[in-house]
Design a protein around this ligand. Structure first.
Ligand SMILES: Cc1ncc(COP(=O)(O)O)c(C=O)c1O
Length: 404
């Protein structure tokens, strides 16, 4: 137990963990099943180009998302680019700034201008009123982000986009298996994009997918995904190579096999974090609506420095010294980094506040209840003695400067 500031590793105490405890260790599933699938691919010498493992992966993802079509890609950033292109977007695309930079960069990469709007501070997701206020004659679409797997306010966004004749799509990188009002994420807007990056709830090393009920769009996406090839293998348009390989699909399928168990584990971890940090003033744990089958792949806390007496960044240093490696997803927010900061300066107070406070703590199949109790022990000690930790840290920094 960490009782005093002296017990913290940052101030000379023993570290809580011998090995680093990371956010987002991969969910690998049954290794022997993965190797079986890889051996099968090698034996059949079918390594990419729409192989059977890829087809099976696409079918299972479509099933999980409750949609007719899934086009798997080499990563979600490219999937976003293809989705924007296939939707025929132009000019400005409104999106929240509280997201991973890929949501914005993908738009920029295909010649669109991301226009950032503020979030609802209660959910972290795009605020539909802010989205509407950002509409101009150049706007072609709104892109919602289901942040940490929390669904965007889809009904309200639909109203805004219908009213202004805009398209609607979603970056669902975090939201595999989650629902909105009981319906699976995947079937909303024109299309949605999942990520299967190694750190995600289902991983394919690197990978992504666009899911949609629009068969024509899916056909176009398949073509854009493979050099603009159309029926009969002829080149019909400009396209890229964003195909998912059989090795990635083998990993994706094996990780998918473990999905239910992973989510059960994540939910238990999330509940434990919440109970361990309950009543620690200045720390709030993002909650999920249990009715919306959250995958709980992220445990997100917000540190309110005014109450806690310690800033999120210092708490991060405290945790790092203990061998806990948290992440600041997503800080700074998109509008606070180049090129967007210079090109389209905008003030988004709710986003800026959240980006200043947010910290993602380790969870996933590799993180046990005992690990969580120890992480929370550090957080409790550092936050309940927040002012002392801050003073001590600054005093030490001042002394180090003076002795130079
Ligand atoms: C919200 C969001 N969108 C897009 C991406 C990009 O995904 P990928 O790494 O598969 O390209 C990520 C990755 O973490 C993300 O968090």
């Amino acid at each position: 137990m960490k009782q005093q500031v002296d017990d913290l590793a940052l101030f000379g105490g023993p570290a809580a963990f011998l090995q680093p405890l990371f956010v987002g260790r991969p969910s690998i599933g049954d290794r022997s099943r993965f190797l079986e699938r890889m051996n099968w691919a090698l034996d059949n010498q079918w390594l990419t180009n729409g192989g059977p493992l890829l087809r099976e992966f696409e079918e299972r993802v479509a099933d999980l998302a409750g949609v007719r079509n899934c086009v798997a890609t080499c990563n979600a950033t490219t999937a976003l680019q293809l989705m924007y292109l296939a939707m025929g977007l132009s000019g400005e695309v409104i999106m929240p700034s509280m997201t991973f930079i890929a949501t914005a960069h993908a738009a920029r990469m295909v010649g669109l201008r991301p226009v950032f709007c503020d979030i609802d501070p209660a959910t972290g997701c795009i605020d539909p009123r802010e989205a509407e206020a950002a509409v101009t004659s150049r706007t072609s679409a709104v892109v919602g982000v289901h942040l940490y797997g929390r669904p965007s306010p889809i009904d309200e966004l639909e109203k805004v986009t219908v009213k202004h004749g805009l398209k609607l799509a979603f970056d669902a990188a975090h939201a595999l298996g989650c629902t909105y009002q009981g319906r699976r994420i995947g079937g909303f807007g024109t299309a949605e994009v999942f990520s299967f990056h190694a750190t995600k709830v289902v991983n394919s090393f690197e990978g992504g997918a666009i899911v949609t009920d629009d068969d024509g769009l899916a056909q176009l996406l398949r073509s854009l995904n493979a050099f603009g090839t159309g029926a009969g293998g002829r080149t019909e348009r400009i396209g890229t190579n964003a195909k998912m390989s059989e090795a990635a699909a083998a990993m994706g399928l094996t990780s998918l096999d473990a999905f239910d168990a992973t989510v059960r584990h994540n939910r238990a971890n999330h509940a434990l974090y919440r109970s361990e940090l309950l009543g620690v003033e200045g720390v709030s744990v993002f909650s999920f609506d249990e009715e919306e089958s959250p995958n709980c792949q992220y445990v997100v806390v917000q540190i309110d420095e005014a109450v806690a007496g310690v800033h999120r960044d210092l708490l991060m240093q405290v945790l790092r010294a203990e061998n806990v490696v948290p992440q600041r997803y997503f800080s700074p927010a998109c509008h606070q980094v180049e090129p967007y900061r210079s090109e389209c300066p905008v003030e988004l107070p709710h986003t800026e506040r959240m980006a200043d406070q947010v910290l993602v703590l380790p969870t996933g199949p590799a993180v046990s209840g005992e690990d969580i109790r120890r992480v929370c022990d550090v957080v409790r000690c550092a936050v309940t003695r927040g002012r002392q930790v801050t003073e001590r840290f600054h005093r030490r920094a001042d002394q180090a400067t003076a002795s130079r």
